[in-house]
Design a protein around this ligand. Sequence first.
Ligand SMILES: Nc1ncnc2c1ncn2[C@@H]1O[C@H](COP(=O)(O)OP(=O)(O)O)[C@@H](O)[C@H]1O
Ligand SMILES: [Mg+2]
Length: 293
Amino acid sequence: MLCSPEVIIRVEDLVYSYDSVKALDGLTFEINRGEFVGLVGPNGSGKTTLLNCLCKLYTPQEGSIHLNGHNLKDLTPLEGAKIYAVVPSEFPADMNISIVDTVLLGRHPYFEGFWWESEHDEQIVSGAMERLNVLDFANRKLGELSSGEKQRVLIAKALAQEAKILLIDEPVAYLDLGYQLEVMEMLTRLADEGVTILAAMHQLNLAVKYCDKLIVLDKGKLVACGKPQDVVTQRLIEDVYGIKAIIKNIPRAGLTIIPLSTSNNGGMFDRENRKERTIGFNKAKARSGRVDV
Ligand SMILES: Nc1ncnc2c1ncn2[C@@H]1O[C@H](COP(=O)(O)OP(=O)(O)O)[C@@H](O)[C@H]1O
Ligand SMILES: [Mg+2]
């Protein structure tokens, strides 16, 4: 099937089941070229499984995936690597490979015959490393870095791959606040340059602030897809995450989700009262001889 020119990811009726778990249950959606899309949903909703289907690590039992006009089934690994790059959320801790060599691996789809990097490859690698601020530890080993530093190195590797689509699992999970914003801003700039980004993430406020579109999964089903301001409602947050939240348009911050409490907590969680309750609870336990207060 041919995709219209601006649609770069087209997923139809996708089903993926692990032995007893239906992790993706009939997903259908489209993503346009140059969109920065946040893939959100609670733990276990199917985000990682979807990314793994999109990079051909998993073969769906039903449905189809078209990337850049090609049926994913028909792409060889090398053809695929020129279209999509993957940044996983977890990676082996003991990798004994230098940072510069890790990023250089991103150039592998472009090597012909013997692996001998050209000046062009080196320029792209150092450009990607500069963008992610990892040049300073170019010669250190991947296994020696903190999770946040590793994550930046792996995003640099994906950039060096010059793929049209970036599939990123939790890009800011291990990053401090400064780097969270830096990575989100960098991904936004990449999207402006025409790279399509699908990023699974838990930081809803960052997703709302930076993404062009959100895809919301819940128990393997797509429950919403569209612009953040259209998708994020109190009702959706309560239905999907089971929490009460206020959604406010805050000057300079934009649309912001302020979580209040779990739905079964009456809509309010009061820290001070909780302390009093805890002290009262401890006193009662102390009276019964179980704890000191
Ligand atoms: N390797 C696996 N074997 C069996 N079930 C799995 C496996 N990986 C994930 N699952 C199940 O599939 C569902 C979706 O998981 P996952 O895609 O990891 O969700 P998310 O990334 O949104 O947290 C969950 O119910 C999870 O328990
Ligand atoms: Mg996951």
